[in-house]
Design a protein around this ligand. Sequence first.
Ligand SMILES: *Cc1c(COP(=O)(O)O)cnc(C)c1O
Length: 446
Amino acid sequence: MFNEVSLYANHFIGGLSKVKAFQDKDAESLEITNQKRSLPELLDLYQKQVAETGINAASGKHLGYIPGGGVFSAALADFIAATTNPYASVYYASPGAATLENEVVNWLKKLFSFPENSVGCLSSGGSISTLIAFTAARDYHQVKNELITKNVVYLSEQVHHSTQKALRIIGLEDVVIRYVELDSEHKMKPDSLEEQIKKDLAAGLQPFMVVATAGTTDTGAIDPLDHIAEIAKSNKMWFHVDAAYGGFFIMTSKKELFKGIEKADSLIVDPHKGLFLPYGVGAVLIKNSAAVLHSNYYTANYMQDGANEEMLKSPANISPELTKHFRGLRVWLPLQLHGVEPFIACLEEKLLLVQYFRNQLADRGFCLGPEPDLSVSYFWFPFENDAEAKNKKLMQEIHADGSVFLSSSVIDNRFVIRMAILAFRTKKEIIDEAVEMIERCLEKVK
Ligand SMILES: *Cc1c(COP(=O)(O)O)cnc(C)c1O
């Protein structure tokens, strides 16, 4: 059985450079029946119905949304995790697995200069990390009952939608939300933030939390973290940083842009993005452990064998999850096996590739968004008339072509096409292929 799966995996990875990044097809015939089927038959079904429909997210030709790729050694780590199946949530049940997960969290704390006594956990992704962070913020500031409608959360229009979603889920749908003005590079203007806070205080409202982004999904911009941190501190607000996409670029030449991230009360970062790991691993760091324990620490009679002093060693006390996937191993093993250097080199490469991509498009008459901080940018073609409709048509042609996948957005009321370069398999040749594809599609629209 293992050999067949191994052959399949080799075949899949070996074929990645040749297959399309996007196939607009529905999946069929995946229904579970009483019929037993052979593994080769099932692998064939998987290939056709799963691997060859939609976006090929393992491919380096995925330049839409936020890619990542899926480092193969992480798949092997998952294989070991699933085979040995340790109970990683509770220290008493598996001191080794819990310690390993905590060491991943410790590594992240060092990376972002968070104090040793901060807490954190590995989640399934950025959205769940945000929920955990916001719940701690809510409980620390005691935002409840009639106080909810008096508390103000400050956001940027470029904030990821998981932010508003998290507020709704944790019962803070009715907080006051202020969208702070942005500058021409789509970054939050600290002066506008300060002004808005003053107005709100004068109106008898309570400034509660500000959310800054270190690498926005649409434009890759990093908000002025240090300045926002100071404003949050002087107003006794919770400072949350969403570094889901951009966080790991702190290891690169762009480190300076992250100044102030260490002042955050909470921070999220997605190893399934910037560490190129397979989907299903995010992380959250929070400075105030009491606020986290308030909602997540709960004992049950049947769990009394695990003593209380092990409270902070058990991932279950920091997270809403109890029984869970031992996801620490898929972070720990690749980092130990390859070392951190190749990850940094890959991130640096993505920064260069976005510049190269932009230059190629500029040479061909495209308009580009502002100089990006990281590896996401956007473009549009300045058609003489019906520019909006024609750029939409261009996007449709690109999706129909599918050789390289790009996605679109609306920025400053303009329909734009994004390039998100983060997959570890994305190389210069793929950017060249993307440019060729775009030219081909442009001809069709013209
Ligand atoms: C991807 C992303 C999220 C959401 O993370 P998931 O892992 O998809 O749940 C949040 N914020 C930003 C900036 C992102 O890029």
